[in-house]
Design a protein around this ligand. Sequence first.
Ligand code: MG
Length: 202
Amino acid sequence: MKIICIGRNYADHIKELSNSFQKEIIFFLKPETAISIKGQPFFIPDFSNNIEHEIEIILKINKVGKFIQEKYAHKYFEEISVGIDFTARDLQNNLKKKGLPWEAAKSFDGSATIGTFIKKDKFDINNLNFSLKKNGIIVQNGNSKSMINNFNKVISYVSNFITLKKGDIIFTGTPSGVSTVKENDVLEGFLENIKLFETKVI
Ligand code: MG
């Protein structure tokens, strides 16, 4: 399986990182070794002094698809959750300055926390609240209606380049409020009011 992550999909987060807005979808990959299942701690790696959390709605692909049309994209996922796209922001900023790829900053072991998946049909997926609590306080909250490119657009676009397969996971972008994680922080992810993961930082 593979993990596909969408960048710059919420305007408030683009602003907080002083990135440029573009309508074009940008994506990058994390390998399977990036996954940390809910309940496992997140280990701060030695190579970074600034790991930031990015809470995101995640989708699980349920069948093979290539060149998926936007109008059929909803048939390619049945389950959703929330996860964290952990980012070594110091490394990423250096790589960005040089115009180099981001993998070292985004794809390291443990950089993808995955929450429990739940059926999407219980929800209005175009109006879905999600949030991250750090040590009991909400630090990020967003709503899927604020996405620059919605789930269907993202699936359709990515499938023009990469065949999607059953079990693949798509991270759909983070809203504002990203911040540095520190040892002993407790991170909890919510979709509406349902807690789908809890991770301790070590
Ligand atoms: Mg992200």
